[in-house]
Design a protein around this ligand. Structure first.
Ligand code: ZN
Length: 161
């Protein structure tokens, strides 16, 4: 009696979904195999029984592995959702000066503060990346490495900071 199935065959084609179908499918087959083993257990010799149990045990290890992968994928997606929500909120507050968008100053949220965000990363990837000082007149994006002629804004004069 050679039951069995291939772990790879159950791997979902969809890469955009967290794959719970794989561990569920393997677990179901492992359970089915255990149930049929229980029915015929007395008819099997010890060696065959051991071999079949080893096979089921190995499939349960596959289930565990697939669940760990699914948990990792779900965690990565949660982190991405959190990042997008945070950026979505931040976007509403950005202050536009010329071609650049800045985070608002703490003391006056209509005024820009610090270096601007990278226009390229925002437009192309929808990602908010703060530029970093390159030299006196330039700032560079740490993500896409584009350098801009950009200005740094201090807190507006008269602010407590
Ligand atoms: Zn960039």
């Amino acid at each position: 009696m050679t039951t069995f199935w291939s772990f790879a065959a159950y791997k979902s084609e969809r890469t955009d979904l967290v794959d719970f179908a794989t561990p569920i499918a393997i677990a179901k087959q492992a359970l089915d195999a255990l149930q049929s083993l229980r029915k015929i257990e007395k008819a099997l010799d010890q060696a065959t029984l051991k071999a079949e149990l080893a096979e089921v045990t190995s499939k349960m290890a596959d289930v565990r592995m697939a669940l760990l992968e699914a948990r990792e994928e779900a965690g990565a997606k949660d982190a991405e959702i959190a990042r997008l929500l945070k950026e979505f909120e931040a976007r509403a507050d950005l202050v536009t000066v010329g071609q650049f968008k800045y985070y608002p100053a703490a003391s006056d949220r209509s005024k820009p503060f610090g270096f601007p965000i990278c226009p390229r990363c925002e437009q192309i990837e929808g990602r908010i990346v703060l530029l970093r000082e390159a030299d006196l007149r330039h700032a560079t994006c740490p993500h896409c490495k584009t350098t801009y002629r950009a200005w740094y804004y201090n807190e507006p004069a008269g602010s407590p900071a």
